[in-house]
Structure formats: C-alpha cells, structure tokens
Design a protein around this ligand. Structure first.
Ligand SMILES: [Zn+2]
Length: 252
C-alpha cells in the first residue's frame, strides 16, 4: 500500500531539468529514443527513482546522477510494459567498482537475490552504457534478472503478455540456449555467459536485444520476435528511424 502511495506521489512530481541533463550526458541511449519514448522513459524513471531504495556501499555516495542513470536503465526495459514489473525489487546497493562476493570470493559486477536486493558496480554500469552497441550492459542484465524474478523464480521466464505466449517463448529460448551451450562460436551474437543457465541466457539475450537489435533480428529472427513480443518494442526499427532522422536533419 505504501508503495502505491509513493508511486502516486512520484508520478505527480515534475521531471527535474537537472535529471534531464544527466540523461543527456551519461545515458547515450536516451538521445536515440523518439520524443514520445523519451517522455515515457522520464515518467517511468521518476517513479522508479522514488520508490526503490538506493544504498551506497564500499564508500560509494548515492547522488542524483547515480540514481538517475540506474533508474534510466530500469525504465528502458519496461518502457512499453504495463503495470509494475519490478515489484519484487526493494533495494539497489551500489559499489564504486567490482566487489567481492562474501561466499564465492570472486569479483562481481552485479547480482539480484530472491529477497529483492540488487547489487551493482557503478563503474560497470557506466561502462555498459558508454558503448551502446557491444551487447554488454550490466544494468540491463541485472534488470532483466529482476523482471525474471517478478515471474516467481530465476528461471529465465518473466511474466509474459498472455498464457499462450509461454509455448513459443519456451521453444525459442531453449533452442538458442542449447545452441549457446553447445559452443556456438562463429560470429557469436550472444555472450558466452548466457550458457550458464536459463536465467543468464535471458539476461544476456536482453542485453543483445537492446544493444545490437539489428544483428539479433538478422541472425536470430525468431529470438528477436519473442523478445520483441515480451518487451513490446522493436528496437531495430527504432534505431533505423533514429539513424534516418539524423541523416535527414544533417542534409537539410
Ligand atoms: Zn546474470
């Protein structure tokens, strides 16, 4: 209930101009969105920023810049999804750099646990954003896990648009997952990390879908289609429209 009140209150606040400046400087994909999408992104972003708790760790200070950049990544994924898909996400802990997992001891750039806590390396978030088309984006990756968790467990299947969407989803996702596990190496579209399990596959596929949509559409059209149905967006066409618009405005 409290969350609903906070959402309502957040939705009524104007979008701060200073936040827009942060988006222009630190979030390269923002400039590639259409005017309508930018407006929707801001709407989702401000609600996310004001309903999820941000906590600094390892000396990290939580500034508006940190909140806005991370919330922009969260908003990008759910731009066209109805309702609140991150409802199981309570808190985001941000470290300045990679951190050591207390149990595993290895360096980690991000993770999400069952209790709704996401951990992110700020450096990894910025690096993931800087290169908009390498198919590697730590924040998109972790937010895909958060969406997956919204579907109940980390199994690589978030809540889909309708019951009849689960069949095609399972068929297509498992085929490409198996292919990646089988060591698909030639001109790989998806990062090898996605071969760990179905949850990682979905997170890695999400990174590729948003960061190199035209490659995914060309090389794995049915994978592109199920992700496009789920996210209700067509980033390859959006990117083409953006590039055409830029070309036209240059020649005008
Ligand atoms: Zn992961």
């Amino acid at each position: 209930m409290l969350r609903q009140i906070r959402r309502w209150w957040a939705s009524r606040q104007p979008f701060p101009e200073a936040w827009r400046e942060i988006l222009r400087v630190d979030v390269p994909f923002y400039a590639q969105l259409s005017a309508g999408d930018r407006e929707r992104l801001e709407e989702r972003l401000k609600i996310f920023a004001r309903t999820v708790h941000f906590e600094g760790a390892g000396g990290m200070e939580i500034t508006d810049r940190v909140v806005v950049v991370i919330a922009a990544c969260a908003a990008r994924l759910v731009l066209n999804l109805p309702d609140e898909h991150y409802n199981r996400l309570k808190e985001i802990v941000v470290y300045p750099d990679a951190y050591r997992h207390p149990d595993r001891g290895s360096a980690i750039l991000g993770e999400v646990n069952d209790f709704g806590t996401m951990v992110l390396s700020w450096r990894a978030v910025l690096e993931g954003l800087r290169d908009t088309d390498d198919g590697k984006n730590t924040a998109f990756h972790e937010f895909a896990h958060a969406l997956d968790l919204g579907g109940g467990t980390f199994d690589g299947t978030p809540v889909l648009v309708s019951r009849c969407a689960y069949g095609p989803w399972a068929k297509v996702m498992s085929r490409y997952y198996k292919r990646l596990r089988g060591g698909e190496t030639r001109r790989r579209v998806l990062r090898e990390y996605g071969a760990i399990n179905e949850a990682e596959f979905f997170a890695v596929a999400t990174e590729a879908f948003f960061e190199k949509p035209r490659v995914v559409r060309e090389k794995k059209p049915d994978l592109y289609e199920v992700l496009s149905d789920y996210y209700r967006t067509d980033p390859a066409s959006e990117l083409e429209a953006h590039l055409t618009g830029r070309r036209n405005s240059r020649s005008a």
